[in-house]
Design a protein around this ligand. Structure first.
Ligand code: CFM
Ligand code: HCA
Length: 531
């Protein structure tokens, strides 16, 4: 991999090479290695990243079903966010609010750019209110909104007073940060400010938890919900797969927060702990063993004999089913080589599933994660805060003296004494093999070189990579939308994934792919780059 890295860098102008050098690490889990992450993509490079608006509106708020999410901007931005992320939802009854099949937009025109769009935004909010009578309305700013200076927050305040419903805005203009990641942070902040803690509801169960950073792609959250229900764990709210705004309002009454996607939601976990004293743990329900471990860790937190027995019984029963399928499939796919480049957590989480099948992950990376997602949270104090990060509001959170759970803080201290880990994420790099190649914000040129070098049996990424990779004769599994498949979480999900891997890997069809441009190039040319 060092040689491959050299070859990749050799093509770049010197300044670019210097930067990309730091974003590519030949992994050594035994030592502390630093990676360059969460910095601007170099202009001219074809990145896979999306924008801040995508991270805020599409990712974090997209899966909420009963908030009317209005996009303030040109229609293209709304169309982009319309049902593209496969986040499923299940309203309690047929008449319960579900706005996910809709897209709401102010459809800004040239005139609004010149004379301002606030009037049109107010009209859109009133119209949405009259038509749907929702519990909450949210406004998402696209690039032009920030450029012309429409004050979406002032509009939200005015509309909240006029209509008497919760209404709040997000300054999540596409260019606000270097990637989707900034949008996650902005979304976390506004959820914290405008929803969290607004409903002090009485207890609903003996063991109350929230699941943070699970967005129910392909029904993933449904699998987790079913297991919790069977075990007798009360899931108050999920941020934000299969969620309601109501459930987010009383989420602060939980005893424990579980963080699935660390990248997109660690901010809320931290803020809830500071304000309400709710501890958080990192969980992962992708991979049968990881799901079992996560369930057991929750049971251990509560330390209740009945709960522990139930969880143990569920795990034993489900693992028996999983093992039967795994043993049948593993010999067929063992030793195959895979690589995965996904936005954030999934490039790490899915390695557990591959490990269970004996598939080797030779290279992996995130589009937009931060150093802590690679190297572990221990590096957070050393992360340089640059101007792009400073541009994103970092909320000053204070302890709520009335509602702070001293009992939970005490429980945390006691369990930590016994070696139980809270507020911790060790990152992807310590989990990867020595000499695997870790790459942040991979681009097309690097992807092509990776394929030539490793000749992988499987490439995992998204829609932007899919067809290019397939034309190399390499199957591509989308780990964003699951290629219309899923769920892949928990035990049923693991079985589902193993079977999918067998279908994709145990076939010779991909070797027959012959891209037309390989036979007959349409354009032939050469290019010289001056350093
Ligand atoms: Fe978290 Fe996600 Fe991901 Fe993400 Fe995303 Fe996604 Fe993703 Mo696409 S929140 S970081 S911003 S796990 S949309 S559900 S699949 S890039 S790896
Ligand atoms: C996003 C959403 C995305 C895109 C997926 C892809 C998703 O980043 O705006 O590139 O295939 O999961 O839908 O990550």
């Amino acid at each position: 991999p060092s040689k491959l890295k050299e070859e990749i860098l050799a093509k770049y102008p010197r300044k670019v090479a210097r930067k990309r050098d730091k974003a590519m690490v030949v992994n050594d889990p035994g030592v502390d290695q630093e990676i360059l992450a969460n910095v601007r993509t170099i202009p001219g490079i074809i990145t896979q990243r999306g924008c801040t608006y995508a991270g805020c509106k599409g990712v974090v708020l997209g899966p909420t079903r009963d908030i009317v999410n209005i996009v303030h901007g040109p229609i293209g931005c709304s169309f982009y966010a319309w049902l593209t992320r496969r986040n499923q939802t299940r309203p309690a009854t047929e008449t319960d609010a579900n706005y996910i099949p809709y897209t709401f937009s102010t459809d800004m025109q040239d005139e609004n750019i010149v004379f301002g769009g606030e009037v049109k935004l107010k009209e859109a909010i009133r119209e949405a209110y009259e038509l749907f009578n929702p519990g909450a309305i949210a406004i998402f700013s696209t690039c032009p909104v920030g450029l012309i200076g429409d004050d979406v927050h002032a509009v939200a305040r005015e509309m909240k007073a006029e209509l008497g419903i919760n209404c709040f805005g997000f300054s999540c203009e596409g260019y606000r940060g270097v990637s989707q990641s900034a949008g996650h942070h902005i979304a976390n902040n506004q959820l914290y400010k405008h929803i969290l803690g607004t409903d002090d509801r009485a207890r609903m169960g003996k063991f109350q938890v929230n699941l943070l950073g699970e967005y129910n792609i392909g029904g993933d959250a449904f699998e987790i919900e079913a297991l919790f229900e069977e075990a007798g764990i009360t899931l108050l709210s999920t941020f934000s797969g299969n969620s309601t705004v109501e459930s987010m309002a009383y989420a602060h009454t939980a005893d424990l927060n579980m963080v699935m996607c660390h990248r997109s939601i660690n901010y809320i976990a931290e803020m809830m702990e500071t304000k309400f004293g709710i501890p958080w743990i990192k969980v992962n329900f992708v991979g049968a063993k990881s799901a079992a471990k996560s369930l057991k860790k929750i049971a251990e937190f509560f330390g209740d004999a009945e709960l522990t027995a139930k969880v143990d019984a569920i795990v034993a029963r489900e693992m028996a089913k999983v093992e039967a399928v795994r043993e049948a499939i593993k010999p067929k796919v063992e030793g195959k080589v895979a690589m995965m480049f996904v936005g954030g957590s999934r490039a790490h989480h899915y390695q557990d599933l591959f490990g269970e099948l004996g598939i080797q992950v030779v290279s992996a990376g995130y589009e937009f994660a931060h150093r802590d997602d690679y190297e572990g949270r221990k590096v957070i104090p050393n992360i340089k805060i640059d101007a792009d990060t400073r541009n994103i509001e970092d909320l000053d959170v204070e302890k709520d003296d009335v509602r702070f759970r001293n009992d939970l803080a005490a429980k945390k201290a006691e369990l930590m004494e016994a070696g139980y880990k809270f507020s911790d994420y060790e990152g992807m790099m310590p989990d990867m093999k020595k000499n695997s190649l870790v790459i942040d914000d991979v681009n097309h040129w690097e992807t092509e070189k990776l394929i030539e070098f490793y000749q992988p049996d499987l490439f995992c990424a998204g829609i932007k990579e899919k067809y290019v990779v397939q034309k190399y004769g390499v199957p591509l599994k989308q780990l964003h939308n699951y290629d219309y498949g899923g769920p892949y979480t928990c035990f049923e999900g693991a079985i589902n994934f193993y079977q999918e891997m067998q279908r994709m890997l145990d076939t010779k069809i991909w070797k027959l792919v012959d891209a037309p441009w390989k036979r007959e190039p349409e354009i032939v040319g050469s290019m010289t780059i001056e350093a």
